[in-house]
Design a protein around this ligand. Structure first.
Ligand code: ADP
Ligand code: GLC
Length: 469
Protein backbone atom coordinates (compact mmCIF):
# COMPACT_ATOMS: atom_id res chain seq x y z
CA UNK A 1 0.00 0.00 0.00
CA UNK A 2 1.15 3.54 -0.69
CA UNK A 3 0.92 5.58 2.49
CA UNK A 4 1.74 9.26 2.80
CA UNK A 5 2.13 10.32 6.40
CA UNK A 6 1.87 14.04 7.14
CA UNK A 7 2.67 15.43 10.56
CA UNK A 8 4.02 18.52 12.27
CA UNK A 9 6.78 16.63 14.13
CA UNK A 10 8.57 13.28 14.06
CA UNK A 11 11.70 11.82 15.62
CA UNK A 12 14.54 11.98 14.82
CA UNK A 13 13.95 15.25 12.95
CA UNK A 14 12.00 17.46 15.37
CA UNK A 15 10.17 16.80 18.62
CA UNK A 16 8.18 18.55 21.34
CA UNK A 17 6.34 15.50 22.71
CA UNK A 18 4.88 12.05 22.15
CA UNK A 19 3.45 12.88 18.72
CA UNK A 20 6.99 12.92 17.37
CA UNK A 21 7.78 9.55 18.97
CA UNK A 22 4.65 8.02 17.52
CA UNK A 23 5.06 9.32 13.98
CA UNK A 24 8.75 8.33 13.86
CA UNK A 25 8.04 4.85 15.20
CA UNK A 26 4.94 4.25 13.10
CA UNK A 27 6.59 5.01 9.75
CA UNK A 28 9.37 2.57 10.59
CA UNK A 29 6.93 -0.11 11.58
CA UNK A 30 4.92 0.37 8.37
CA UNK A 31 8.14 0.15 6.38
CA UNK A 32 9.07 -3.07 8.21
CA UNK A 33 5.66 -4.40 7.17
CA UNK A 34 6.72 -3.74 3.56
CA UNK A 35 4.42 -0.76 2.98
CA UNK A 36 5.50 1.99 0.61
CA UNK A 37 5.41 4.69 3.27
CA UNK A 38 6.66 8.27 2.94
CA UNK A 39 6.82 11.07 5.49
CA UNK A 40 6.23 14.83 5.04
CA UNK A 41 7.23 17.39 7.70
CA UNK A 42 7.84 21.14 7.81
CA UNK A 43 11.51 22.12 7.60
CA UNK A 44 11.96 23.86 10.94
CA UNK A 45 15.25 25.48 11.97
CA UNK A 46 15.97 22.60 14.36
CA UNK A 47 16.05 19.99 11.55
CA UNK A 48 19.66 19.02 10.92
CA UNK A 49 19.72 18.56 7.15
CA UNK A 50 23.39 17.50 7.11
CA UNK A 51 22.92 14.75 9.67
CA UNK A 52 20.24 13.11 7.53
CA UNK A 53 21.78 13.83 4.13
CA UNK A 54 18.74 15.86 3.08
CA UNK A 55 19.01 17.63 -0.28
CA UNK A 56 16.77 20.19 -2.00
CA UNK A 57 14.67 18.89 -4.89
CA UNK A 58 14.91 20.77 -8.18
CA UNK A 59 11.30 22.01 -8.35
CA UNK A 60 9.31 24.53 -6.33
CA UNK A 61 5.62 24.47 -5.41
CA UNK A 62 3.54 27.61 -5.79
CA UNK A 63 0.64 27.49 -3.36
CA UNK A 64 -2.32 29.79 -2.79
CA UNK A 65 -2.51 31.47 0.61
CA UNK A 66 -5.40 33.92 0.97
CA UNK A 67 -5.26 36.48 -1.82
CA UNK A 68 -1.68 35.73 -2.80
CA UNK A 69 0.69 32.85 -3.49
CA UNK A 70 3.71 31.47 -1.65
CA UNK A 71 6.49 29.49 -3.25
CA UNK A 72 8.03 26.69 -1.22
CA UNK A 73 10.80 24.25 -1.97
CA UNK A 74 11.16 20.67 -0.79
CA UNK A 75 14.11 18.79 0.71
CA UNK A 76 14.31 15.06 0.34
CA UNK A 77 16.26 12.32 2.06
CA UNK A 78 16.07 8.67 2.99
CA UNK A 79 15.88 7.64 6.61
CA UNK A 80 16.00 4.31 8.48
CA UNK A 81 15.37 1.44 6.10
CA UNK A 82 15.13 3.75 3.11
CA UNK A 83 11.99 5.69 4.08
CA UNK A 84 11.65 8.76 1.83
CA UNK A 85 11.27 11.90 3.92
CA UNK A 86 10.20 15.27 2.49
CA UNK A 87 10.61 18.58 4.28
CA UNK A 88 8.58 21.57 3.19
CA UNK A 89 10.93 24.54 3.15
CA UNK A 90 9.21 27.88 3.65
CA UNK A 91 11.72 29.89 5.73
CA UNK A 92 9.31 32.76 6.37
CA UNK A 93 7.03 30.31 8.18
CA UNK A 94 9.21 27.53 9.56
CA UNK A 95 12.75 28.83 10.05
CA UNK A 96 12.06 29.86 13.65
CA UNK A 97 13.38 29.03 17.11
CA UNK A 98 10.46 26.81 18.16
CA UNK A 99 8.02 24.57 16.35
CA UNK A 100 4.76 26.20 17.46
CA UNK A 101 5.90 28.95 19.82
CA UNK A 102 8.86 31.19 20.57
CA UNK A 103 11.35 30.64 23.38
CA UNK A 104 9.17 32.65 25.78
CA UNK A 105 6.29 30.26 25.28
CA UNK A 106 4.18 32.59 23.12
CA UNK A 107 2.37 30.72 20.33
CA UNK A 108 3.11 32.09 16.86
CA UNK A 109 0.26 34.35 15.77
CA UNK A 110 0.35 33.00 12.20
CA UNK A 111 0.03 29.30 13.07
CA UNK A 112 -3.06 29.20 10.85
CA UNK A 113 -1.10 30.42 7.80
CA UNK A 114 1.79 28.08 8.61
CA UNK A 115 -0.29 24.91 8.65
CA UNK A 116 -2.61 25.95 5.84
CA UNK A 117 0.51 26.27 3.72
CA UNK A 118 1.93 22.97 4.97
CA UNK A 119 -1.33 21.11 4.28
CA UNK A 120 -1.58 22.46 0.72
CA UNK A 121 2.10 21.63 0.20
CA UNK A 122 1.56 17.97 1.21
CA UNK A 123 -1.06 17.50 -1.52
CA UNK A 124 0.83 19.39 -4.21
CA UNK A 125 4.02 17.53 -3.33
CA UNK A 126 2.28 14.17 -3.83
CA UNK A 127 1.34 15.30 -7.33
CA UNK A 128 4.76 16.76 -8.10
CA UNK A 129 6.56 13.52 -7.21
CA UNK A 130 3.77 11.43 -8.73
CA UNK A 131 3.16 9.53 -5.50
CA UNK A 132 -0.53 8.63 -5.62
CA UNK A 133 -1.28 7.51 -2.05
CA UNK A 134 -3.81 4.86 -1.15
CA UNK A 135 -3.90 6.48 2.26
CA UNK A 136 -2.94 9.89 3.54
CA UNK A 137 -2.46 9.55 7.27
CA UNK A 138 -2.80 12.93 9.03
CA UNK A 139 -1.96 13.69 12.65
CA UNK A 140 -3.54 16.34 14.89
CA UNK A 141 -4.94 19.77 14.02
CA UNK A 142 -1.87 20.90 12.07
CA UNK A 143 -2.85 18.49 9.28
CA UNK A 144 -6.63 18.53 9.81
CA UNK A 145 -7.26 20.54 6.65
CA UNK A 146 -5.81 17.84 4.39
CA UNK A 147 -8.90 15.58 4.54
CA UNK A 148 -11.05 18.72 4.11
CA UNK A 149 -9.13 19.70 0.97
CA UNK A 150 -9.48 16.19 -0.45
CA UNK A 151 -13.27 16.43 -0.06
CA UNK A 152 -13.64 19.98 -1.39
CA UNK A 153 -11.01 21.76 -3.49
CA UNK A 154 -9.40 18.48 -4.67
CA UNK A 155 -12.65 16.56 -4.92
CA UNK A 156 -12.57 16.47 -8.71
CA UNK A 157 -8.82 16.13 -8.99
CA UNK A 158 -8.36 12.75 -10.70
CA UNK A 159 -4.96 12.30 -9.09
CA UNK A 160 -6.49 11.61 -5.68
CA UNK A 161 -9.28 9.27 -6.82
CA UNK A 162 -7.73 6.22 -5.09
CA UNK A 163 -6.83 8.17 -1.94
CA UNK A 164 -8.51 7.65 1.42
CA UNK A 165 -7.69 9.72 4.46
CA UNK A 166 -7.10 8.69 8.05
CA UNK A 167 -7.01 11.34 10.73
CA UNK A 168 -5.42 10.53 14.10
CA UNK A 169 -6.25 12.61 17.14
CA UNK A 170 -3.36 12.71 19.59
CA UNK A 171 -4.81 15.40 21.82
CA UNK A 172 -8.32 16.77 21.53
CA UNK A 173 -7.43 19.69 23.80
CA UNK A 174 -5.41 21.26 20.99
CA UNK A 175 -7.83 22.00 18.15
CA UNK A 176 -6.27 24.76 16.06
CA UNK A 177 -9.11 27.27 16.44
CA UNK A 178 -8.75 30.48 14.41
CA UNK A 179 -10.87 33.51 13.43
CA UNK A 180 -13.36 32.83 10.68
CA UNK A 181 -11.44 34.76 8.02
CA UNK A 182 -8.93 31.88 8.10
CA UNK A 183 -11.57 30.15 5.98
CA UNK A 184 -10.50 32.34 3.05
CA UNK A 185 -6.80 32.17 3.83
CA UNK A 186 -7.20 28.42 3.48
CA UNK A 187 -9.17 28.71 0.21
CA UNK A 188 -12.58 27.51 1.45
CA UNK A 189 -15.89 29.30 0.92
CA UNK A 190 -18.79 30.39 3.12
CA UNK A 191 -20.56 27.18 2.10
CA UNK A 192 -18.00 25.33 4.20
CA UNK A 193 -18.58 27.51 7.26
CA UNK A 194 -21.42 25.47 8.72
CA UNK A 195 -21.66 23.61 12.00
CA UNK A 196 -21.44 20.23 10.22
CA UNK A 197 -18.25 21.28 8.42
CA UNK A 198 -15.58 23.78 9.53
CA UNK A 199 -17.43 26.17 11.82
CA UNK A 200 -17.05 25.92 15.59
CA UNK A 201 -18.64 28.66 17.73
CA UNK A 202 -18.25 31.15 14.88
CA UNK A 203 -14.58 30.29 14.41
CA UNK A 204 -12.69 27.90 12.20
CA UNK A 205 -11.50 24.64 13.73
CA UNK A 206 -8.74 22.61 12.01
CA UNK A 207 -9.13 19.53 14.21
CA UNK A 208 -12.85 19.44 13.51
CA UNK A 209 -12.05 19.60 9.79
CA UNK A 210 -9.96 16.44 10.15
CA UNK A 211 -12.68 14.61 12.07
CA UNK A 212 -15.51 15.67 9.75
CA UNK A 213 -13.85 15.01 6.41
CA UNK A 214 -11.52 12.03 6.88
CA UNK A 215 -12.64 8.55 5.88
CA UNK A 216 -11.49 7.07 9.19
CA UNK A 217 -10.67 8.70 12.51
CA UNK A 218 -8.48 7.20 15.17
CA UNK A 219 -7.19 8.20 18.53
CA UNK A 220 -4.34 6.82 20.57
CA UNK A 221 -5.95 4.53 23.16
CA UNK A 222 -9.28 2.70 23.54
CA UNK A 223 -10.11 4.40 26.85
CA UNK A 224 -9.47 7.87 25.47
CA UNK A 225 -11.74 7.03 22.52
CA UNK A 226 -14.51 6.25 25.02
CA UNK A 227 -13.81 9.34 27.12
CA UNK A 228 -13.86 11.82 24.25
CA UNK A 229 -17.10 10.38 22.88
CA UNK A 230 -18.99 10.31 26.12
CA UNK A 231 -17.83 13.20 28.27
CA UNK A 232 -17.87 16.91 27.48
CA UNK A 233 -14.88 17.63 29.70
CA UNK A 234 -12.76 15.12 27.78
CA UNK A 235 -14.36 15.74 24.37
CA UNK A 236 -13.92 19.55 24.43
CA UNK A 237 -16.91 20.09 22.19
CA UNK A 238 -16.09 17.22 19.78
CA UNK A 239 -18.07 14.55 21.69
CA UNK A 240 -21.25 14.82 19.59
CA UNK A 241 -19.33 14.82 16.32
CA UNK A 242 -17.30 11.78 17.41
CA UNK A 243 -20.46 9.95 18.41
CA UNK A 244 -21.88 10.69 14.97
CA UNK A 245 -18.76 9.09 13.49
CA UNK A 246 -18.73 6.17 15.92
CA UNK A 247 -18.60 3.56 13.11
CA UNK A 248 -15.42 5.09 11.69
CA UNK A 249 -13.75 6.06 14.97
CA UNK A 250 -11.21 3.76 16.62
CA UNK A 251 -9.01 3.90 19.71
CA UNK A 252 -5.71 2.17 18.91
CA UNK A 253 -3.00 2.09 21.53
CA UNK A 254 0.32 3.65 20.50
CA UNK A 255 3.44 1.54 20.39
CA UNK A 256 7.01 2.45 21.27
CA UNK A 257 10.11 2.34 19.13
CA UNK A 258 11.50 -0.50 21.19
CA UNK A 259 14.86 -0.38 19.46
CA UNK A 260 15.39 3.23 20.46
CA UNK A 261 13.87 2.90 23.94
CA UNK A 262 15.97 -0.06 25.02
CA UNK A 263 17.92 0.01 28.30
CA UNK A 264 20.16 -2.81 27.04
CA UNK A 265 21.60 -0.63 24.26
CA UNK A 266 20.72 2.97 25.22
CA UNK A 267 23.86 5.12 24.69
CA UNK A 268 22.57 7.95 26.91
CA UNK A 269 22.48 5.96 30.16
CA UNK A 270 25.38 5.35 32.52
CA UNK A 271 25.21 1.56 32.51
CA UNK A 272 23.11 -0.56 30.15
CA UNK A 273 20.90 -3.12 31.82
CA UNK A 274 18.22 -5.69 31.03
CA UNK A 275 15.94 -8.17 32.69
CA UNK A 276 18.86 -10.57 33.06
CA UNK A 277 21.22 -7.91 34.37
CA UNK A 278 19.02 -5.76 36.57
CA UNK A 279 21.76 -5.17 39.15
CA UNK A 280 23.40 -2.68 36.79
CA UNK A 281 20.34 -0.47 37.13
CA UNK A 282 21.46 0.55 40.65
CA UNK A 283 24.44 2.27 39.04
CA UNK A 284 22.12 4.31 36.86
CA UNK A 285 20.34 5.46 40.01
CA UNK A 286 23.51 6.58 41.80
CA UNK A 287 24.80 8.23 38.63
CA UNK A 288 21.52 10.15 38.25
CA UNK A 289 21.61 11.23 41.89
CA UNK A 290 25.18 12.52 41.56
CA UNK A 291 24.53 14.18 38.21
CA UNK A 292 21.56 16.00 39.77
CA UNK A 293 23.43 17.04 42.91
CA UNK A 294 21.61 14.66 45.25
CA UNK A 295 23.34 12.39 47.79
CA UNK A 296 23.68 8.91 46.23
CA UNK A 297 21.60 7.13 48.86
CA UNK A 298 20.65 3.76 47.47
CA UNK A 299 17.74 3.21 49.88
CA UNK A 300 15.89 6.52 49.43
CA UNK A 301 13.00 6.10 47.00
CA UNK A 302 13.92 8.22 43.98
CA UNK A 303 10.86 9.73 42.30
CA UNK A 304 11.22 10.85 38.69
CA UNK A 305 9.18 12.88 36.21
CA UNK A 306 9.82 13.82 32.56
CA UNK A 307 7.06 16.00 31.19
CA UNK A 308 5.69 18.94 29.34
CA UNK A 309 4.79 21.42 32.07
CA UNK A 310 1.14 21.80 31.20
CA UNK A 311 -2.03 21.56 33.30
CA UNK A 312 -2.83 18.34 31.36
CA UNK A 313 0.01 16.60 33.16
CA UNK A 314 -1.38 17.21 36.67
CA UNK A 315 1.53 19.42 37.65
CA UNK A 316 -0.64 21.08 40.30
CA UNK A 317 -1.15 17.65 41.91
CA UNK A 318 2.61 17.14 42.02
CA UNK A 319 3.19 20.59 43.52
CA UNK A 320 0.49 19.89 46.08
CA UNK A 321 1.75 16.50 47.26
CA UNK A 322 5.50 16.40 46.73
CA UNK A 323 6.62 18.00 50.00
CA UNK A 324 4.92 15.28 52.06
CA UNK A 325 7.08 12.66 50.35
CA UNK A 326 10.26 14.71 50.51
CA UNK A 327 9.76 15.24 54.25
CA UNK A 328 9.14 11.49 54.46
CA UNK A 329 12.61 10.77 53.02
CA UNK A 330 12.11 10.50 49.24
CA UNK A 331 14.24 12.24 46.65
CA UNK A 332 12.83 13.62 43.39
CA UNK A 333 14.26 14.45 39.97
CA UNK A 334 12.12 16.57 37.66
CA UNK A 335 12.71 17.43 34.01
CA UNK A 336 10.17 19.68 32.34
CA UNK A 337 9.58 22.24 29.66
CA UNK A 338 6.70 24.66 29.17
CA UNK A 339 4.63 26.89 31.44
CA UNK A 340 6.77 29.52 33.20
CA UNK A 341 4.75 29.55 36.41
CA UNK A 342 5.36 25.84 36.86
CA UNK A 343 9.07 26.36 36.17
CA UNK A 344 9.20 28.98 38.96
CA UNK A 345 7.31 26.70 41.37
CA UNK A 346 9.74 23.81 40.75
CA UNK A 347 12.73 26.13 41.12
CA UNK A 348 11.41 27.32 44.48
CA UNK A 349 10.98 23.72 45.64
CA UNK A 350 14.49 22.87 44.52
CA UNK A 351 15.83 25.82 46.49
CA UNK A 352 13.94 24.74 49.60
CA UNK A 353 15.02 21.08 49.42
CA UNK A 354 18.42 21.36 47.71
CA UNK A 355 19.56 17.91 48.83
CA UNK A 356 16.38 16.13 47.91
CA UNK A 357 14.88 17.79 44.86
CA UNK A 358 16.48 18.43 41.50
CA UNK A 359 14.68 20.32 38.75
CA UNK A 360 15.98 20.83 35.20
CA UNK A 361 14.09 23.19 32.93
CA UNK A 362 14.03 22.60 29.18
CA UNK A 363 13.99 19.77 26.70
CA UNK A 364 16.86 17.39 27.40
CA UNK A 365 16.86 14.02 25.64
CA UNK A 366 19.89 12.47 27.45
CA UNK A 367 18.64 13.48 30.90
CA UNK A 368 15.18 12.12 30.09
CA UNK A 369 16.73 8.69 29.37
CA UNK A 370 18.77 8.88 32.58
CA UNK A 371 15.67 9.61 34.64
CA UNK A 372 13.78 6.66 33.12
CA UNK A 373 16.80 4.45 33.85
CA UNK A 374 17.58 5.74 37.35
CA UNK A 375 14.31 6.64 39.08
CA UNK A 376 12.57 4.01 41.20
CA UNK A 377 9.10 5.49 40.79
CA UNK A 378 7.78 7.49 37.81
CA UNK A 379 5.19 10.19 38.49
CA UNK A 380 2.39 10.83 35.98
CA UNK A 381 -0.78 12.21 37.60
CA UNK A 382 -2.37 13.41 34.34
CA UNK A 383 -5.77 15.12 34.31
CA UNK A 384 -6.32 13.48 30.94
CA UNK A 385 -3.92 11.44 28.84
CA UNK A 386 -4.77 10.40 25.28
CA UNK A 387 -2.14 7.67 25.44
CA UNK A 388 1.05 8.71 27.20
CA UNK A 389 4.38 7.32 26.12
CA UNK A 390 6.35 8.37 29.20
CA UNK A 391 4.74 5.77 31.46
CA UNK A 392 5.45 3.07 28.86
CA UNK A 393 9.07 4.16 28.51
CA UNK A 394 9.39 4.29 32.30
CA UNK A 395 8.11 0.71 32.59
CA UNK A 396 10.47 -0.46 29.87
CA UNK A 397 13.31 1.01 31.94
CA UNK A 398 12.11 -0.40 35.27
CA UNK A 399 10.79 2.84 36.80
CA UNK A 400 7.43 1.84 38.27
CA UNK A 401 4.69 4.33 37.30
CA UNK A 402 2.19 5.94 39.66
CA UNK A 403 -0.64 7.27 37.52
CA UNK A 404 -4.21 8.55 37.47
CA UNK A 405 -7.01 6.42 35.94
CA UNK A 406 -7.41 8.22 32.63
CA UNK A 407 -7.06 7.42 28.91
CA UNK A 408 -3.95 5.53 27.90
CA UNK A 409 -2.70 5.37 31.49
CA UNK A 410 -5.70 3.16 32.30
CA UNK A 411 -4.96 1.00 29.26
CA UNK A 412 -1.25 0.48 29.96
CA UNK A 413 -0.74 0.48 33.73
CA UNK A 414 -2.43 -2.61 35.15
CA UNK A 415 -2.85 -1.86 38.89
CA UNK A 416 -0.54 -3.60 41.35
CA UNK A 417 -2.30 -6.00 43.69
CA UNK A 418 -0.46 -7.10 46.82
CA UNK A 419 -2.32 -10.41 47.01
CA UNK A 420 -1.48 -11.57 43.46
CA UNK A 421 1.69 -11.45 41.35
CA UNK A 422 0.14 -9.14 38.78
CA UNK A 423 0.15 -5.45 38.02
CA UNK A 424 2.59 -2.97 36.56
CA UNK A 425 2.16 0.14 38.66
CA UNK A 426 0.00 2.13 41.05
CA UNK A 427 -3.22 3.71 39.84
CA UNK A 428 -5.07 6.27 41.94
CA UNK A 429 -8.81 5.80 42.32
CA UNK A 430 -9.62 9.33 41.22
CA UNK A 431 -7.95 12.26 39.55
CA UNK A 432 -7.15 14.44 42.54
CA UNK A 433 -4.33 15.07 45.00
CA UNK A 434 -5.84 13.10 47.91
CA UNK A 435 -6.31 10.01 45.83
CA UNK A 436 -2.89 10.35 44.17
CA UNK A 437 -1.20 10.64 47.59
CA UNK A 438 -2.72 7.28 48.53
CA UNK A 439 -1.39 5.61 45.40
CA UNK A 440 2.07 7.12 45.83
CA UNK A 441 2.07 6.23 49.52
CA UNK A 442 1.41 2.61 48.60
CA UNK A 443 4.21 2.63 46.02
CA UNK A 444 6.71 4.09 48.49
CA UNK A 445 5.56 1.62 51.14
CA UNK A 446 6.09 -1.43 48.91
CA UNK A 447 9.44 -0.05 47.71
CA UNK A 448 10.77 0.52 51.22
CA UNK A 449 9.34 -2.51 53.00
CA UNK A 450 9.25 -5.31 50.45
CA UNK A 451 12.24 -5.36 48.08
CA UNK A 452 11.39 -8.83 46.75
CA UNK A 453 7.91 -7.82 45.65
CA UNK A 454 9.31 -4.58 44.22
CA UNK A 455 11.87 -6.42 42.15
CA UNK A 456 9.19 -8.71 40.75
CA UNK A 457 7.09 -5.68 39.91
CA UNK A 458 10.03 -4.05 38.11
CA UNK A 459 10.64 -7.22 36.17
CA UNK A 460 7.04 -7.35 35.01
CA UNK A 461 7.38 -3.73 33.86
CA UNK A 462 10.61 -4.48 31.98
CA UNK A 463 8.93 -7.40 30.21
CA UNK A 464 6.08 -5.32 28.75
CA UNK A 465 6.04 -5.53 24.95
CA UNK A 466 4.55 -2.11 23.98
CA UNK A 467 5.07 -2.85 20.30
CA UNK A 468 3.17 -1.50 17.35
CA UNK A 469 1.72 -4.88 16.45
P1 ADP B 1 2.93 14.31 25.53
O1 ADP B 1 3.07 13.95 24.12
O2 ADP B 1 1.54 14.64 25.96
O3 ADP B 1 3.89 15.36 25.98
P2 ADP B 1 3.80 11.57 26.06
O4 ADP B 1 3.95 10.84 27.34
O5 ADP B 1 2.99 10.92 25.01
O6 ADP B 1 3.27 13.02 26.42
O7 ADP B 1 5.22 11.79 25.37
C1 ADP B 1 6.19 12.62 25.91
C2 ADP B 1 7.49 12.38 25.16
O8 ADP B 1 8.29 13.56 25.25
C3 ADP B 1 8.33 11.27 25.75
O9 ADP B 1 9.19 10.74 24.76
C4 ADP B 1 9.15 12.02 26.81
O10 ADP B 1 10.33 11.34 27.14
C5 ADP B 1 9.44 13.30 26.06
N1 ADP B 1 9.65 14.49 26.92
C6 ADP B 1 8.72 15.19 27.60
N2 ADP B 1 9.28 16.23 28.22
C7 ADP B 1 10.60 16.19 27.95
C8 ADP B 1 11.73 16.99 28.32
N3 ADP B 1 11.57 18.05 29.09
N4 ADP B 1 12.94 16.65 27.84
C9 ADP B 1 13.09 15.55 27.05
N5 ADP B 1 12.07 14.75 26.68
C10 ADP B 1 10.84 15.07 27.12
C1 GLC C 1 -0.26 13.66 22.74
C2 GLC C 1 -0.84 13.15 24.04
C3 GLC C 1 -0.17 11.92 24.59
C4 GLC C 1 0.13 10.91 23.49
C5 GLC C 1 0.88 11.58 22.37
C6 GLC C 1 1.20 10.62 21.23
O1 GLC C 1 0.80 14.52 22.92
O2 GLC C 1 -0.86 14.17 25.03
O3 GLC C 1 -0.98 11.32 25.57
O4 GLC C 1 0.88 9.83 24.01
O5 GLC C 1 0.13 12.63 21.84
O6 GLC C 1 0.04 10.05 20.70
Amino acid sequence: MKILLAASEAVPFCKTGGLADVVGALVQDLKNKKQDVRLVLPKYRVVDTDAFGLKPLSFALTLPLGDSFETVTVWEGKWGRGIPVYLIDAPKYFDREGLYQDNHGAGYTDNDDRYVLFSRAVLELAKAIDFRPDIIHCHDWQTGLIPAYLSTIYKYDGFFIPTSSVFSVHNIACQGIFPKNTLFTAGFSWADFTSDRLEFFDQMNFLKAGIVFSHMVSTVSPSYADEVKSDREFGRGMEGLLRSRAHDFFGILNGLDIKYWNPATDPYIHKQFSLKNLAARARCKSHLQKACGLPPESKSPLLGMVSRLDPQKGIDIILHVIEKFIVGGCQAVFLGHGNHEYVSAFKALQKKYMHQISFSAGFNEPLAHQIYAGADIFLMPSKFEPCGLSQMIAMRYGAVPVVTPVGGLKDTVLPFTSSKPIGLGFVSREVNATSYVRALDEAVHVYTTDPVTWKRLMKRCLSCPFQWA
